[in-house]
Design a protein around this ligand. Structure first.
Ligand SMILES: [Zn+2]
Length: 211
């Protein structure tokens, strides 16, 4: 995690210097607090809105003010402004804010449908995994385990990055999204790098070796 700083010209950003003007802005939130705040907010929006009696609709939206109240009860230093700074500076596009509501863009284990997402147009997608897992998936297809959706990568590099969290020898499965889409499988765009789908049957998968 990195500190969140503020550039008077370009707004909130993560890291030492503003990428757009190379100036060093003032620290708004230090990295330990960014980590704690992020873990709590993403935990609520992905996994446990009910624990705090927050209403979530089928598209994952929660009232922003209500969430901010829950957050500032847990962390007295937190407030709406800091939550927004965290959302807008997040490099992974984890959150979305709109019309007084907030949601996670991906990672849900709660029961959501995400019907208002844009469809993903990619013809090819990637799924990074370990070797033993890859062979199993080629037989049974990719199904969500702890999550509601399967998370696919839009580039090989991102697929490798995901796989590296679990193994030193990443294997990449290629998803023929074009064919799957023609056959009625829904793909939705979480952000630039992540595409979600309910399940990918094995006939759309093939394996490529990573050097
Ligand atoms: Zn700047």
């Amino acid at each position: 995690m990195e500190d969140i700083r503020f550039c008077p010209e370009h707004g909130y950003y993560r890291g030492e210097k503003c990428e757009k003007c190379n100036r060093k802005g003032e620290i708004i939130l230090d990295k330990e607090r960014v980590e704690r705040l992020g873990r709590f907010v993403s935990g609520i929006l992905r996994h446990f809105p009910n624990r705090f009696r927050l209403q979530m609709d089928e598209n994952g939206w929660v009232d922003f003010d209500s969430l901010a109240k829950v957050v500032s009860r847990k962390y007295r230093w937190a407030n709406k402004w800091l939550i927004k700074a965290m959302v807008y500076s997040d490099k992974k596009g984890r959150y979305e804010l709109s019309e007084g509501k907030i949601r996670a863009r991906y990672g849900h284990s709660v029961d959501v449908e995400l019907n208002d997402y844009e469809p993903a147009e990619n013809d090819i997608l990637y799924y990074g995994t370990s070797e033993e897992e890859a062979h199993r998936l080629l037989e049974i297809g990719i199904k969500p385990v702890n999550q509601k959706f399967v998370h696919l990568s839009t580039t090989i590099e991102k697929g490798i990055e995901v796989a590296m969290l679990r193994t030193d020898e990443p294997i990449i499965l290629v998803v023929d999204a074009k064919k799957a889409r023609e056959d009625g499988i829904r793909f939705i765009k979480a952000n630039e790098f992540i595409v979600l789908s309910k399940e990918i049957p094995p006939q759309y998968l093939r394996l490529i070796e990573v050097e």
